[in-house]
Write a protein that binds this ligand. Structure first.
Ligand code: FES
Length: 570
C-alpha cells in the first residue's frame, strides 16, 4: 500500500486519543481488527424520504458495503443534506453549494481514505462531486439509476410529458381526473426521472468523466444489476485507495472535453453546463462557457431520448447503455484519460454493442445532425446565454420579435393568461429576476408556459428568454442563463415590453435593438426589485454566488482545501 492510510491518523493512535476514536465506534458492534490498518471507505449517502428519487439508497449502500468488506476495507456510511427536486422550495439549486460544503467538510473532518458517492436526483450528483473534488480523495460514484418507464393509457410517459399535460390542462384538452390517473402511472418504480433530464444527464456526466464503473449511467434503479454495480464499486474503491487513484487523476481537461462531447450526443440537459463549470472550478481545470459550444458543434445526436427524441433511459440501457453511445463517438473523444476502474474510457467502451439502432444511432447516420448547446452572445447577455437547439423549434432558430416582459415570476403568473395581454406567436417572452441572486437560486422556470389564448389557437412554441434555468426534461425555443442576470443591473435588467429582439442561433447572437445611449440611460435609472436576505445561508449565498457563465458556485469555494488532517479535538 505504501503511504500510511489517512484513517490511521485517528484509528492508529495510542493512548487517550486512540481510545476515544475507537471506543465510541465500538458501540456499533465493530470488532477491534477493523481499526487496524484497513482502508476506511465513507459511503456518502443522500438517502431521504423527502428525496423520493434517492429513497432506495440505504439498500444500495448495503450492496456497496458488501463490496468494500469483500475487498478488505472498512465501510462507514454517513448522511449529507439531500436535495429533493420535487419538494424543496424555492429551488434545490439554491442549496447545491450548501450541500457541497456539507460533503467537503464531512469527508475532510472524518477518518476516511476513500469515498463512494451515492448520487441520484438532479443536484445530489453535482453537489457530491463538487464537495468531494475539493478534498480530492480516491472517490467513485454510484448513481441510483432511472425509474422504469411510465405507462399511461397504453403509452410510454415520463417527466417531459408533465409539460405537455400542463398545456393540455390549460387548453382544456385534459381534465383534472385524467391528470390524477397519469400521476399514478408515471413514477411507478424506484429511481430518478426516466428521461434524459438533469438526473440522467448527471449520471451520464459521471460515466463520461470516468468517475464511475462502466454502465453506471443507465441501469434502471429497479434492475438487480444496479445492486451488482454498487457491490463492484465497493470492491473497486478499496483498490483505488491502494493505488492512490484520486479524483484529480481522473478529472483532467480532456475528461471534461469528453463529457461535453458525450452530453451533446445524448441531448443532455442545459443544467449540465452550470454543474460541469462548477466541478471544473473545484478541481482546478480551466473551463469556459464557449467550450460547450466548441466541443459539441461537430457532434451528432446519436441517442434518441426524450426530451430531444422518443425513448427513455430504460430503453437506452437495453440498447447497450452509455458505452454503446460512446463507442459511436470514438473519433471525437480524447483517449488519454483514465477512469475509476483504472482503464481508459476507450477500453471501457470498445467492446460495447448496440442492440437497437432506433435508440442509439450510428455517428454516420445520426438521429439528428444537430446536437449540444449553442452559446449566444449579444448586448442582451454580455456574458452569454444558452439554448438547446435540439429541444427548440426549427422555424424559430432565426427570429425577430417584440418583447413581452415580465419583471419577475409573480408578474408572469399574474399576467400570462390575461385575455388582454398584448402578445402573439411572434412575440418574445422575457422573464427577469429568476437568476442566481434574483430569485434567489436560479429555478427551472425558463421554459415558461405559453399564454392560454395562444395555446387555444394551437401555438406550440415561442421564443422565451430568462436569466433562469430549464428542467432537463423541458423543451422549446428557450434561451436560458442570461448573464449578467437582471438582479445585477445589466442590459437584461432594462429590456422593456415592445423592444425588438432578434435571435440568430446559426450565428450565435441575441440582440436587443435598442441604442447604446438609451440602454445607458435606462441602466442609470435602474433599481433592483429582488428581495435581499439578511440572515442565514441565503444571505451568504446572495453575497457570494457567481453568475451562470461561471457555474453559480460560491466565489470562496473555488479550488480545493485538500485532505489535510487537522489537529485532534481532545
Ligand atoms: Fe428527482 Fe427528476 S425529480 S430526478
Amino acid at each position: 500500500m505504501g503511504k500510511k492510510l489517512r484513517s490511521q491518523e485517528w484509528f492508529g493512535k495510542t493512548g487517550k486519543d486512540g481510545f476515544i476514536y475507537r471506543a465510541w465506534m465500538k458501540n456499533q458492534g465493530i470488532p477491534d481488527y477493523e481499526f487496524r490498518g484497513k482502508p476506511v471507505i465513507g459511503i456518502c449517502n443522500t438517502w431521504s424520504e423527502l428525496t423520493p428519487c434517492n429513497a432506495h439508497f440505504r439498500e444500495l449502500a448495503e450492496s456497496v458495503k458488501i463490496g468494500v468488506r469483500e475487498a478488505g476495507g472498512f465501510p462507514v456510511e454517513f448522511p449529507v443534506i439531500s436535495l429533493g427536486e420535487t419538494l424543496m422550495k424555492p429551488t434545490t439549486m439554491l442549496y447545491r453549494n450548501l450541500a457541497s460544503m456539507d460533503v467537503e467538510e464531512s469527508i475532510r473532518a472524518n477518518p476516511l481514505d476513500g469515498v463512494v458517492l451515492l448520487c441520484g436526483c438532479d443536484k445530489t450528483t453535482p453537489s457530491l462531486i463538487m464537495g468531494a473534488a475539493s478534498v480530492n480523495l480516491p472517490s467513485i460514484v454510484v448513481s441510483g439509476g432511472p425509474m422504469l418507464t411510465g405507462k399511461y393509457q397504453g403509452k410510454d410517459i415520463g417527466t417531459s410529458d408533465l409539460w405537455r399535460f400542463d398545456n393540455a390542462i390549460r387548453s382544456g384538452e385534459m381534465t383534472e381526473e385524467d391528470l390524477s390517473v397519469a400521476e399514478a402511472c408515471m413514477c411507478r418504480s424506484r429511481g430518478h426521472c426516466a428521461v434524459m433530464g438533469t438526473a440522467s444527464t448527471m449520471a451520464c456526466m459521471v460515466e463520461s468523466l470516468g468517475l464511475s464503473l462502466p454502465g453506471n449511467a443507465a441501469i434502471p434503479a429497479a434492475d438487480s444489476r444496479r445492486k451488482v454495480l454498487a457491490q463492484l464499486s465497493g470492491i473497486r474503491i478499496v483498490e483505488m485507495v491502494k493505488e492512490n487513484l484520486r479524483m484529480s487523476d481522473i478529472l483532467t481537461r480532456h475528461a471534461f472535453e469528453n463529457s461535453i462531447i458525450v452530453n451533446a450526443a445524448i441531448g443532455g440537459s442545459t443544467n449540465f453546463i452550470i454543474h460541469l463549470l462548477a466541478i471544473a472550478g473545484r478541481i482546478g481545470v480551466k473551463l469556459e462557457l464557449e467550450d460547450f459550444d466548441r466541443y459539441s458543434r461537430a457532434v451528432p445526436l446519436v441517442a434518441n431520448l426524450q426530451p430531444s427524441g422518443k425513448y427513455f433511459m430504460e430503453d437506452l440501457y437495453y440498447a447497450g447503455g452509455l458505452p454503446a453511445v460512446m463507442k459511436e463517438l470514438d473519433l471525437h473523444l480524447r483517449h488519454d484519460v483514465i477512469t475509476a476502474n483504472g482503464k481508459s474510457l476507450r477500453e471501457n467502451y470498445q467492446s460495447a454493442e448496440c442492440y437497437n439502432r432506433d435508440i442509439i444511432a450510428t455517428a454516420k447516420d445520426p438521429f439528428n445532425a444537430l446536437s449540444g448547446v449553442a452559446i449566444l452572445r449579444g448586448n442582451l447577455c454580455e456574458n452569454g446565454a444558452v439554448i438547446k437547439p435540439t429541444a427548440a423549434s426549427k422555424h424559430l432558430m432565426t427570429h425577430r420579435g417584440k418583447a413581452v416582459v415580465f419583471e419577475d415570476i409573480d408578474d408572469y403568473k399574474n399576467r400570462i393568461d390575461l385575455p388582454n395581454l398584448e402578445v402573439d406567436e411572434t412575440s418574445i417572452l422575457v422573464l427577469k429576476n429568476v437568476g442566481p441572486i434574483g430569485y434567489p437560486g436560479m429555478p427551472e422556470v425558463g421554459n415558461m408556459g405559453l399564454p392560454r389564448k395562444l395555446l387555444a389557437k394551437g401555438v406550440e412554441d415561442m421564443v422565451r428568454i430568462s436569466d433562469g434555468r430549464m428542467s432537463g426534461t423541458g423543451f422549446g425555443t428557450v434561451i436560458l442563463h442570461a448573464s449578467p442576470e437582471a438582479a445585477r443591473g445589466g442590459n437584461f435588467a432594462v429590456v422593456k415590453t415592445g423592444d425588438e429582439i432578434s435571435l440568430d442561433v446559426p450565428n450565435r447572437t441575441l440582440t436587443l435593438h435598442v441604442s447604446d445611449e438609451e440602454l445607458a440611460k435606462r441602466r442609470g435609472n435602474w433599481k433592483p426589485i429582488h428581495k435581499e436576505y439578511d440572515r442565514g445561508y441565503v444571505r451568504l449565498y446572495q453575497r457570494h454566488v457567481q453568475q451562470a457563465h461561471l457555474g453559480v458556485d460560491l466565489d470562496f469555494l473555488h479550488g480545493s482545501s485538500g485532505d489535510e488532517v487537522s489537529r485532534d479535538s481532545h
